[in-house]
Write a protein that binds this ligand. Structure first.
Ligand SMILES: [Zn+2]
Length: 217
């Protein structure tokens, strides 16, 4: 029976990863890593890394890998005794390689990568049903045409429009897929396939079963 402490969660955009991220952190008592929150905390503290990150964020630019890696490395040291859930990081293969080096230096490693593999047709069908209200900001998932909160018309969410989605899908294929391949080579990937529309709790159950099988290997 393997002890699993450091989890990475990966999946395509609109694959329902957010819901499963909460499921994993609650079920396995994992502390979720939020690079956004860490960056904001470093900036508030005016640490060296925070000041460096702020320069890029003020210019609306991506914070470079070395700054993000540094902030995550610090968090990993602070949380080396707890279970951790990395979601949204590593974002690139280079970040994954740095993560491995930083963990190895602490005699630790990524223990498991949960790959939520949802069929593209399903993701596209879901996206058309994800709506947002321009008046009050309410978001829904069931294709509502009228906002349940304020009665204004609902529109397809701006990050779900075809151009924005195509960009996110391309990022997924060029950035995320190589991370999955990298950890597959090390036998750490647990792939959970979703090819038909099922309830999020059913997906969670599949994930839990796959993790159990992996830990008993
Ligand atoms: Zn509304």
């Amino acid at each position: 029976m393997k002890t699993l402490k450091r989890f990475v969660l990966v999946g395509a955009p609109a694959s329902g990863k957010g819901t499963q991220s909460s499921f994993l952190s609650e079920t396995y008592s994992l502390k979720p890593l939020s690079t956004g929150a860490l960056l904001r905390a470093e900036i508030a503290e005016e640490s060296a890394l925070g000041l460096e990150a702020k320069k890029y964020m003020d210019a609306a630019m991506f914070v470079p890998d070395e700054v993000v890696n540094g902030i995550v490395a610090k968090w990993l040291v602070e949380n080396k005794d707890s279970g951790c859930l990395l979601d949204g990081y590593p974002r690139t293969l280079a970040q994954a390689e740095t993560l491995d080096v930083n963990l190895n230096a602490m005699d630790l490693e990524v223990d498991i990568v949960v790959y939520l593999n949802v069929a593209l047709e399903l993701i596209q069908a879901r996206m058309l049903k994800r709506k947002a209200c321009n008046a009050c900001g309410e978001t829904t998932r069931n294709g509502e045409t009228i906002c349940p909160k304020c009665g204004e018309p609902m529109v397809v969410r701006s990050d779900d429009n075809p151009e924005a989605f195509a960009k996110r899908w391309k990022d997924y294929e060029t950035l995320t897929v190589p991370i999955i391949e990298h950890y597959s080579k090390h036998g750490k990937v647990v792939q959970v396939n979703v090819n038909e529309e099922v309830e999020p709790q059913d997906v969670s159950a599949r994930i839990a079963a796959a993790i159990r099988a992996y830990s008993e290997k």
